[in-house]
Design a protein around this ligand. Structure first.
Ligand code: BDP
Length: 323
């Protein structure tokens, strides 16, 4: 009976507007007060309001719908309607996204915005669409740095022999191996326990993730290597996107872009707060006076990448050329 009523209601709305009523499932790995989470909620609110409730939904925070690589696949299949993903673990599904996972590829976060809001973002977006993912907005995750329970890192040699958790992408394994460390790809949710029990010595992430996951309680040396600036994406399953009318698509896209602007603002505030929180909690933060030795250590990663992906050489060159 419930089913019949639901179908009838949808049919009535369909008649009134020419569109189906949609109730979207959204994936998010972060805690509820994280900048990504707040921006995703604002996206959904705007969509629901501007479509007069035709499109509603729910964001499932804390990764309860599954780990990131798995959730990306589920979204491609349409089992998850939208989500906010790091482009790091997206490399396997969408090869073009790998360019942003090259260490030190962006000169700075503002440079990442410039390139992602321009030609580079457009090329990556085309690659994503070809694999069933519709990008709606480029979010930020700032810069990632190494942290561990053993010692401050000041030079690549300090990583030698260190067991470091990385996100699921072979490029990150190569990055740690280029400094003679041991890389272990692992789900985000397992890192705290793994550092605590010594399965790994540390990991690498931005200050808000280091803080919100409490990793700082078990790995007190945070070294500002800022080796990866990986943009993130609010995106929708192409299967879901194709169910929308052109008017709804316009609303969803513009709400996605607005939420990205909002998220970037929230990010700056949270990053400063997180650094204060971890310092108060006993974290020792060290700046890296000279990043050149780390950058030079990445030469084999670039050589192997360009040899395996000659078609991406132009975009890498564009990213490395000054404004
Ligand atoms: C965070 C990203 C999140 C990743 C996580 C990780 O926002 O998408 O899952 O890092 O390291 O910064 O797995």
């Amino acid at each position: 009976m419930k089913h019949v009523l639901g179908a009838t209601t949808a049919a009535v709305i369909g008649l009134a507007t020419g569109a189906q009523a949609l109730d979207l499932r959204g994936w998010n790995i972060h805690v509820e007060d994280y900048p990504v989470s707040i921006a995703m909620e604002s996206f959904l609110e705007e969509v629901s309001e501007k479509t007069g409730g035709e499109i509603s939904g729910k964001v499932f925070h804390n990764g309860v719908l599954g780990d990131q690589p798995d959730a990306i696949e589920q979204m491609r299949l349409g089992a998850i309607d939208f989500g906010e993903f790091s482009l790091g673990p997206m490399g396997q599904a969408v090869p073009e996204t790998n360019v942003v996972s090259l260490p030190f590829i962006f000169a700075s976060v503002p440079d990442m915005y410039r390139l992602m809001d321009g030609e580079v973002g457009a090329a990556i977006g085309e690659g994503m669409k070809a694999k069933g993912i519709m990008p709606l907005g480029w979010y930020t995750a700032g810069a990632r740095s190494f942290y561990n329970s053993e010692r401050p890192i000041t030079a690549p040699a300090d990583v030698e022999g260190m067991k470091v958790r990385v996100m699921s992408n072979d490029l990150f394994v190569q990055m740690v191996e280029a400094m003679d460390g041991n890389a272990t790809p692992m789900a985000f949710g397992e890192v705290y326990q793994s550092i605590k029990t010594g399965v790994v010595d540390g990991a690498e992430n931005n200050p808000p993730s280091y803080e919100s996951t409490n990793h700082y309680e078990v790995a007190k040396y945070f070294s500002l290597t800022e080796h990866l600036i990986i943009p993130e994406c609010l995106c929708m399953s192409l299967k879901t996107w194709e169910k929308l009318t052109p008017e709804q698509q316009e609303i969803v896209l513009s709400a996605g872009q607005a939420s990205a602007t909002y998220q970037r603002e929230l990010w700056a505030e949270r990053e400063a707060q997180s650094l204060e929180t971890v310092k108060a909690g006993g974290t020792e933060i060290n700046e890296i006076a000279d990043k050149a030795p780390f950058q030079e250590a990445m030469t084999p990663v670039y050589d192997a990448f360009l040899a395996a992906n000659p078609d991406l050489a132009d975009i890498v060159a564009l990213m490395r050329s000054p404004e």
